[in-house]
Design a protein around this ligand. Sequence first.
Ligand SMILES: O=C(O)CCC(=O)C(=O)O
Ligand SMILES: [Fe+2]
Length: 217
Amino acid sequence: MALHTGLEIDPSMDQYTSLFESIVQDVADNGYSIKTNALPVELAQKLSARAQAISDTHFKAAGIGRSNELMLDTQIRSDEICWIVGDSELGASWLNWVEGLKQYVNRTLFLGLDEFESHFAHYSEGDFYQKHKDAFRGESNRILTLVAYLNEDWSEECGGELLVYPDDSDEVIAKVAPHFGTIVVFMSEEFPHEVLPAKCDRYSIATWFRRKSDKLS
Ligand SMILES: O=C(O)CCC(=O)C(=O)O
Ligand SMILES: [Fe+2]
């Protein structure tokens, strides 16, 4: 896994200010934000192509738990992941976009985010991720979660929706189909969520923003 800190971001990020502003407003009001057609189209197309081209040998079965005690449990999640380390131009462009969001969030919400980690995920037919939280109070390693979807021809029959719950009830507050360009941002400690079984190949990028003082390893 690679944690990214202090990247220089280029001035072209200014064009995303109104999107970032709207995300921040949602997170300030509700703790989460869902935006359709949010990703820069060309970047998302390239990321989608890359995700589909990554060979099976580079996608690894995803673990659960903290990075230093990762466990494999295919009863809980059955997707495969590949970390984005920024060693290609495309990977670097993605990390730059995320860095822009991070800096905007820090300027406006004062979350003090230092670094982030980002991976492609591939859910094959039948893959799912049971209800879970990305972080737990008191051991807050992950502060903010961003999920970005890369599926150009997603239809309702493909299933694979993300369900988001409030912390204290089983009532679904959001059901999100993983359409191309859609992003979901939420406070990692506050929202249990799950991925329903996908009936089509489902590609996404999951990103977690961390505070350094909270880093566990
Ligand atoms: O792909 C999604 O919709 C969410 C994935 C997720 O919850 C995770 O990787 O922790
Ligand atoms: Fe999650």
